[in-house]
Design a protein around this ligand. Structure first.
Ligand SMILES: [Zn+2]
Length: 286
């Protein structure tokens, strides 16, 4: 009889303390007045509780997984939408710059033509001058227009270099944009599929979870929910695997493992406070 007496879990921190208190089994197991057939009933009942808890855990973990999968996708879609919008703006700006540069090039080409026309006219006028002063004045005009042409040609070369650069940038931005648009389309349809695919499954799992919760006594359920909330991976009930807690991987001594297997009381991990079940019970539920 002594071996079935609950040894309280070590109290590492508030959570374990609370968990141990809530799950405390003294009123069930340590009742010295228990008769054998009553004890059998109690054993079954603890086993049933463990099964109910682990079933609920499995179910809730499935809901968690759905949320995790879907949880990342909307963010990825949002990031891609931002990328696409950013690239579209960049390309628009480049195109405006290119149009401006092209306009500037054609303006300069036009002014070269005008200078050439003027030079031609001045040279014709030089054939009909009345004196040297008029001839020299026309020569100066021709020189001035020649310099204007050189300047325009220099500007055209500069604009053309900028045009080449911008056109290359537009092309690479366009390629990047195409890639991002493809990614976005793929992620969007993935998200739509997952939402469509998991919506029903999630609803069913939530319904199932509600049903399963009704089978578990209030205090135990409160403990379960609290442990689950505080656990990083949402695990409140874990199997013993390779002599260790399936939640925090701390070593569990053989005697404690034996106690867990007996299903005579609810045992929590001394280190992380999670409720422990034996591998056999866990495997029977998978
Ligand atoms: Zn643990």
């Amino acid at each position: 009889m002594a071996k079935s007496v609950a040894k309280p879990a070590e109290t590492n921190g508030e959570d374990i303390n609370k968990a141990a208190n809530v799950i405390g089994t003294s009123e069930i197991v340590e009742n010295p007045a228990s008769k054998e057939h009553e004890r059998d009933e109690i054993d079954i009942s603890i086993e049933k509780k463990l099964i109910a808890l682990y079933t609920l855990q499995q179910n809730d973990s499935k809901i968690d997984r759905i949320k995790i999968v879907r949880g990342e996708l909307p963010l990825e879609v949002e990031d891609l939408e931002d990328d696409v919008a950013g690239l579209e703006t960049r390309i628009d700006n480049y195109i405006q710059e290119i149009e401006l540069l092209e306009k500037q090039v054609s303006d300069k080409q036009q002014s070269i033509k005008e200078s050439q026309t003027l030079i031609k006219r001045y040279e014709e006028q030089q054939n009909n001058v009345r004196n040297n002063r008029e001839y020299d004045a026309l020569t100066k005009e021709v020189e001035f227009q020649s310099l204007e042409i050189q300047l325009s040609e220099k500007r055209i070369r500069e604009f053309s270099a900028q045009l080449t650069m911008r056109k290359e940038e537009v092309e690479s931005a366009q390629n990047e944009l195409n890639d991002r648009r493809n990614d976005l389309e793929a992620k969007r349809s993935e998200l739509t599929d997952i939402v469509a695919e998991t919506e029903l499954e999630e609803k069913e799992l939530i319904n199932k979870s509600d049903q399963q919760q009704k089978l578990i006594e209030e205090r135990l359920l409160v403990a379960y929910k609290r442990i689950r909330k505080n656990a990083r991976n949402g695990l409140a009930v874990v199997p013993v695997e390779r002599d260790a807690c399936g939640g925090c991987f701390s070593y569990i001594p053989p005697q404690r493992q034996l106690d867990i297997k007996l299903h005579k009381k609810i045992i929590v991990c001394e280190f992380c406070g999670r409720i422990l079940v034996d591998k056999e019970l866990a495997d029977s539920i998978q």
